[in-house]
Design a protein. Structure first.
Length: 281
């Protein structure tokens, strides 16, 4: 049971990061290489909030807002100018990631920071004592994922968003403000990453490199499940998180990541369009 809970915990946080990447790529055709740094911004927002005397929950509410604001600035100043140049978006967002990371280092320093656990202790789940904070992470992440799915596929604004994804020119001809949707989508995607970083801050070390540890498996999960597919993203995240926790029982963390990445590349070699080829949800 503990293995299932650990897998579900990793799955939940990774899902938040992956959903942000899928939403941004699906609408804007932008591979956001700075996504890990927006996770970083969320985590350091909590560090700053708790350092200023606010409690963790206030910092958790502020984190996605701060990440979304920074994301909006990045979209307006840089990303909107290169939508139609796919390779340029990769280079530009990679450069943005370096700027954001160095900015964090200049403000907070290169050393790791820590955030006090607001829910210490554990509770019994099916006979297994499991940390309360990690249970909150699981519930919050899954709830947000379900809410996002319902917003995209069961609401009027989701219908408009999917219209833009399907055909931007037709959507504009129908009177939809595609630029406003671009800004909102990019801000939403990075806000999800910011929330993921913030909610993980009490249970892991907050340092300038923490975003990289989530970015690489997130891209692999998307490739495994299929680009532009939310259900595919869920399958990909499940495969990555399950394999990671299963193999880590016998091997070190570094060796586990190497083997998981190699297995993922083998699967991608035989399923280049993803496991759920052709699925759009």
């Amino acid at each position: 049971m503990e293995f299932i809970l650990d897998t579900l915990n990793y799955f939940s946080v990774l899902m938040l990061v992956v959903l942000g990447l899928v939403v941004i790529f699906g609408l804007m055709n932008v591979i956001n290489m700075a996504h890990g740094e927006f996770l970083l911004i969320g985590a350091y927002t909590v560090v700053a909030a708790t350092g200023a005397g606010l409690n963790f929950w206030v910092g958790l509410l502020l984190a996605p807002l701060v990440a979304a604001l920074v994301g909006l600035i990045v979209e307006v100043l840089v990303v909107q100018r290169i939508y139609h140049r796919f390779l340029d978006t990769i280079l530009a967002t990679w450069g943005i990631s370096l700027v954001l990371k160095q900015s964090v280092i200049l403000i907070f320093g290169p050393t790791a920071q820590s955030v006090s656990n607001p829910l210490p202790g554990s509770m019994s789940v099916f006979g297994v004592d499991y940390p309360r904070m990690r249970l909150v992470i699981i519930v919050a992440a899954i709830s947000l994922s379900v809410a996002l799915y319902l917003a995209l596929f069961r609401s009027n604004i989701g219908l408009k968003l999917r219209t833009v994804i399907a055909d931007r020119d037709i959507a504009a001809a129908l009177g939809l403000n595609t630029r406003a949707m671009d800004r909102a989508t990019f801000s939403l995607g990075v806000a999800l990453a910011g929330f993921a970083g913030a909610i993980m801050a009490p249970v892991m070390s907050v340092d300038p490199q923490m975003g990289v540890g989530f970015l690489i498996p997130s891209f692999l999960a998307i490739l495994l499940g299929g680009v532009n597919s939310l259900i595919g993203a869920v399958v990909g995240v499940g495969a990555i998180s399950g394999a990671t926790n299963f193999i880590s029982v016998w091997l070190s963390q570094a060796d586990t990541q190497i083997i998981v990445f190699l297995l993922a590349m083998v699967v991608i070699r035989f399923f280049p369009e993803g496991i759920l080829k052709g699925r759009k949800k």
